[in-house]
Design a protein around this ligand. Structure first.
Ligand code: ADP
Ligand code: MG
Length: 636
């Protein structure tokens, strides 16, 4: 028998550290959360080599009292709770009191801290859980934590780290989330000596989005706020134009804490449903404020998951709120006809952007620009065989970028910066006004002038100073879909009698499925009867489907219901109805009369969401008179 050893504290810390400290990003997260908990209004984070060799977090918060410094590094030492009861009313981000102990167990840590009350501060060095140095020093109020050589004493863990670039990108993403979680705190993030982004702490979420994701994204956001069932949600919803290909831009905060939540994702996506094509996800940043008694964040040390009491009611509330926020907004994508910009204009825009960047640093963009230019010159150099040559302006731009990044931009609000911000605010307001008035509605219908059909597929329509281009299939599909959904909801689907009936032979599985979903089929407008043996007679089909391969459709639904995980859910029915609408709708390449267009448009404009077909494709796009005038160079 092997001897059972009692592990010493250092070893315990090293093992337990694995729970909290997985990679540089988890260290940064803990340290920044500590800074936030300490009431900091400005936090600077700097990392080198993805955070593997250096992480430095500096804050201007309350600091740690001299007498408490050693305690801070003890496991389960925290100033934030004193008993389990406090867990139910948790407001701070940290509470387990294990971050500093864990980090110090697996890295070389240096702490410099001073409280506002004390005259001098403390410098404290601890490596692998062993105190190395402690001295009194002069320091500004606040705390700096430096973490060097993460996992220096646990080589196996170090091997699990990815390339510094990848680790760095995790930290960058984390920093973005943290910055957006606290718009009133000024954040600065440096990677290998370069400023990646900084925020001013103005409290304006849009401004932060602008600084992190750039103009194109920040210009496509709708303000969102709602209050219900003791819950408050605020934030920004991306318009369908900036839908993403994955969920990483569904950004949620629960009482200030960044979380991932399948429940919230699902609810939000359902709210967006009509605006999302398959495999597309919304861009949104939502802050949830919920009674702390209704949630449980103490699920996992990384604290990314939360449990929410009364999930179904919560799901409904969120879905509804998002749905309502998106409806009644103007959602017609604007086009500029040519997809790419013409070269002249592009040049001008670039210049304009460069000018703008000079006053509002946008480091991500800047570097992308610089990187592109570098690649361009390099590849040309290679192709032509000429030595690499940089035009003087390019050089100036590149230098300017470098200079600007070195400039201490943090927290300062020079006039130029303010001006640039005010003008972007103005732009934003103009945009919002546009989106507040709804163009497509019953009231505005009389002002729509149908010019005609082109390419047997699209209709040209003029409304005030806009040219709308409608996709007849998408529009018709939408109208049919809404009509069917309404009939389905009201259990009022019109059925068309088939005479003679269509006879189908079903296998056992299909028979079972039909028996299980009899009501659903009836509600969809199918009249089905047993016809002896395995034969079934379809005597009635949904009116709107009549003549569009109804027997085939029936079998399709049956098949899907028979082997689908979604079978029997309202969602499966909705998908069926969407398919049905799609089949029954006029296709492209079909000439239709003016009268048909008029009546279809009539119906389209009564819909709550006339903008997208049930699969999320737009029903129409628009081009403004102004845009046309710009194209023809009547205005510049
Ligand atoms: P927790 O945050 O769960 O309390 P930590 O190990 O992260 O545990 O921190 C331990 C204690 O150290 C905190 O409770 C706090 O009192 C103190 N502390 C840590 N970081 C800071 C900081 N940046 N500013 C002030 N106090 C800090
Ligand atoms: Mg903490």
């Amino acid at each position: 028998m092997a001897k059972i050893n009692i592990l010493d504290n250092q070893t315990i810390d090293k093992i337990a550290a694995g729970e909290v400290v997985e990679r540089p990003a988890s260290v940064v997260k803990e340290l920044v959360e500590n800074a936030i908990d300490a009431g900091a209004s400005a936090v600077t984070v700097e990392i080198k080599e993805g955070g593997t060799t250096l992480i430095r977090v500096t804050d201007n918060g309350g600091g740690i009292e001299k007498s408490q410094v050693e305690n801070a590094f003890l496991r389960h030492a925290t100033s934030k709770i004193s008993s389990a009861d406090d867990l139910t009313s948790l407001v701070s981000l940290g509470f387990r009191g294990e971050a500093l102990a864990s980090i110090a167990a697996v890295a070389q840590v240096e702490l410099i801290t001073k409280t506002p009350e004390e005259l001098t501060g403390i410098r404290y060095v601890i490596e692998g859980g062993v105190e190395k140095e402690r001295e009194e020093i002069g320091a500004p109020t606040g705390t700096t934590l430096i973490v060097r050589n993460l996992f220096f004493n646990t080589p196996p863990r170090k091997k699990f780290l990815k390339m510094p670039r990848t680790e760095g990108s995790y930290v960058a993403e984390l920093m973005e989330h943290l910055a957006m979680s606290n718009p009133e705190i000024s954040f600065k993030f440096l990677l290998n000596g370069q400023t990646k982004f900084y925020t001013t702490g103005s409290g304006d979420l849009r401004e932060i989005v602008y600084r992190i994701y750039g103009k194109e994204i920040s210009g496509e956001l709708l303000d969102f706020s709602c209050e219900r069932d003791g819950m408050r949600i605020t934030g920004l919803l991306g318009k369908p134009a900036i839908n993403r290909a994955n969920r990483s831009f569904e950004i949620f905060y629960m009482n200030g804490r960044y979380i991932r939540s399948a429940l919230i994702s699902k609810a939000v996506e359902e709210g967006y449903r009509e605006y999302l094509m398959q495999h597309k996800f919304p861009f949104c940043i939502l802050h949830f404020q919920i009674d702390t008694e209704k949630i449980d964040v103490n699920v996992h040390p990384a604290k990314l998951e939360v449990r929410i009491a009364d999930g179904p009611a919560f799901h409904e509330a969120v879905k509804e709120a998002v749905y309502e926020a998106l409806h009644g907004r103007e959602m017609i994508p604007e086009v500029t006809l040519s997809d790419g910009r013409d070269e002249n204009k592009k040049g001008e825009e670039d210049k304009a952007q460069t000018k703008e960047r000079a006053s509002v640093p946008e480091p991500f963009e800047e570097r992308r620009l610089a990187e592109n230019r570098r690649r361009e010159t390099e590849s040309y150099g290679n192709k032509t065989g000429f030595p690499e040559h940089k035009a003087p302006e390019q050089e100036a731009v590149l230098q300017g970028i470098l200079l600007r990044q070195d400039k201490p931009v943090y927290g300062e609000s020079s006039n130029t910066q303010r001006n640039a911000m005010e003008s972007s605010q103005k732009e934003r307001n103009e945009q919002l006004n546009l989106f507040d008035s709804r163009i497509l509605s019953r009231e505005t219908r009389p002002q729509f002038e149908i010019i005609g059909q082109i390419f047997e597929t699209y209709w040209l329509i003029v409304y005030e100073n806009k040219l709308l281009i409608v996709d007849q299939h998408a529009a018709h599909e939408k109208v049919k879909y809404e009509r069917l959904m309404k009939q389905f909801r009201e259990k009022n689907v019109l059925s068309q009698t088939l005479n003679p009936p269509t006879i189908l032979n079903l296998n056992n599985r299909e028979k079972e499925c039909l028996a299980a979903h009899r009501e659903d089929f009836a509600a969809l407008g199918f009249v089905v009867e047993e016809f002896g043996g395995s034969d079934y007679a379809i005597r009635g089909v949904p009116m709107d489907l009549y003549g569009y391969g109804e027997g085939e459709f029936f079998c399709e639904v049956l098949d899907e219901l028979a082997d689908e995980a979604v079978s029997g859910t309202p969602e499966s029915i909705r998908i069926r109805i969407a398919t049905m609408a799609c089949k029954a709708a006029v296709k492209g390449n079909m000439r239709i009369s003016q009268a048909e267009m008029e009546s279809l448009l009539d119906e389209l404009l009564t819909l709550e969401n006339p903008y997208n077909c049930p699969h999320g494709r737009p029903t129409m796009i628009s081009m403004s008179k102004q845009e046309m005038e710009r194209k023809f160079k009547r205005i510049v």
